[in-house]
Design a binder for this molecule. Structure first.
Ligand code: URA
Length: 196
């Protein structure tokens, strides 16, 4: 029987885990992917940015947030003087593209989320910016809406007992459809930046 992800990556460093993600077959999404998307960024990591799952461009290029949502994310980050190259590590809850960008299924989340938890443990980000309802609900273990989760600071308890501040905001893809909410997203980014 295949070894569960959590066990296989228990002692992996980031480079090892990247290879494990690229070769991962822990759920059915591996069948439809062109590229798994591990994430991108340097260390030390000031902010870990967590989106939902790779879209079409991300699946093609193997990099997170490289399509239209990614352009908006870069603009959001630069509004608070954060740069993709210097300050943040960007990843997703789900590392492989769901067909047609459908929402990930519970069994896919269960299979994949150990990677995110291990990324958090290894990167030790100063804070986590969670984009969109899906990622927020997964990371915070809630079914509350973005409207009720955004605008305040949450905490994620790590396995080592550290508390990492978490700020939730709208997903850039949602903001592209609902530009009227951008002002609120900017407030969320400022909230995250003020904590420095
Ligand atoms: N949307 C996401 O949630 N993640 C990406 O990497 C790209 C688009």
């Amino acid at each position: 029987a295949p070894i569960p992800v959590a066990e296989a990556i228990r002692n992996s460093n980031l480079d090892e885990m990247r290879e494990q993600v690229v070769a991962c077959a822990a759920c059915g999404l591996c069948k439809g992917r062109r590229n798994a998307v591990f994430g991108h960024g340097g260390q030390p990591t000031r902010w870990l940015v967590v989106g939902e799952a790779p879209g079409e461009q991300e699946d093609r290029q193997g990099q997170p947030f490289v399509g239209r949502s990614g352009q908006l994310l870069d603009a959001m980050l630069s509004a608070v003087s954060m740069s993709r190259e210097r300050d943040v590590f960007i990843t997703n809850v789900i590392k492989c593209r769901p067909p047609g960008n459908r929402n990930p299924k519970p069994e896919e989340i269960a299979a994949c989320s150990p990677y995110l938890m291990r990324q958090i443990a290894l990167l030790k980000p100063e804070r986590i910016l969670v984009l969109g309802r899906f990622a927020a609900q997964t990371l915070l273990g809630t079914d509350a809406t973005i409207g009720s989760l955004r605008g305040r600071i949450h905490h994620l308890k790590t396995d080592e007992g550290r508390q990492i501040p978490v700020v939730v905001s709208y997903h850039p893809a949602y903001l592209l459809r609902s530009p009227g909410e951008k002002a609120r997203a900017w407030q969320d980014l400022k909230l995250a930046a003020r904590m420095d």
